[in-house]
Design a protein around this ligand. Structure first.
Ligand code: IDP
Length: 140
C-alpha cells in the first residue's frame, strides 16, 4: 500500500553552510508536514549501513566518509504522494542536472555533497525512517 510519508536528511554540506532553515522552509512551503526530526551525526559505520545498497559503487567509501563528516538533520515528512513529490522538490542527484528552483539546484555543492536525501520508494521511506527513529519518536 502506498504511504504518504517519506524520509529526508539535510546532509553535512547544507547543515554546515547554515542552509537547514532555508531548506526546511522550502519543504514546509511545498506542503510537507515534518512529523519527526532530529539533529544527529552518523558514524562511518552507520553511514555505511544506510548506504549499503551502494557498497559496490566506486563512490561508496567517499560517500560514507562525507556523510559522517558533520552533523545532519534526519526527518520524516508527510504529504499526499510524498515520495514522488519530494524527489521532484529536491531535483536530480547531480545538481548540474537538477531543474531550476529545486533544493539541490539551489543548495548542492556537488554530485556527492548534494544538500539533501530523499527516499526513492515507499518501502525505502519506511526502512530509512525506522533506521533513525524509534516508535516513540514518530508518534505524530
Ligand atoms: P539519490 O540520493 O538522488 O537517490 P543515489 O544514486 O541513491 O542518488 O546516490 C546516493 C548518494 O550517493 C547521492 O545522493 C550522492 O550523495 C552520492 N552519489 C551518487 N552518485 C555519485 C557519484 O557519481 N559520485 C559521488 N557521489 C555520488
Amino acid at each position: 500500500m502506498a504511504t504518504n510519508r517519506t524520509f529526508t536528511m539535510i546532509k553535512p554540506d547544507a547543515f554546515g553552510a547554515g542552509n537547514s532553515g532555508a531548506i526546511l522552509k522550502m519543504i514546509e512551503e511545498s506542503g510537507f508536514k515534518i512529523v519527526a526530526m532530529k539533529a544527529t551525526k552518523l558514524t562511518p559505520e552507520l553511514a555505511g549501513k544506510f548506504y549499503e545498497v551502494h557498497k559496490e559503487r566506486p563512490f561508496y567509501a567517499d560517500l560514507c566518509a562525507y556523510m559522517s563528516s558533520g552533523p545532519i538533520f534526519a526527518a520524516i515528512l508527510e504529504k499526499d504522494n510524498a515520495v514522488e513529490d519530494f524527489r521532484k522538490l529536491i531535483g536530480a542527484t547531480n545538481p548540474a542536472d537538477a531543474a531550476e528552483g529545486t533544493i539541490r539546484k539551489i543548495f548542492a555543492k556537488s554530485i556527492e555533497a548534494n544538500a539533501v536525501h530523499g527516499s526513492d520508494s515507499d518501502e525505502n521511506a519506511a526502512i530509512e525512517g525506522n533506521f533513525f527513529f524509534n516508535q516513540a519518536e514518530r508518534v505524530l
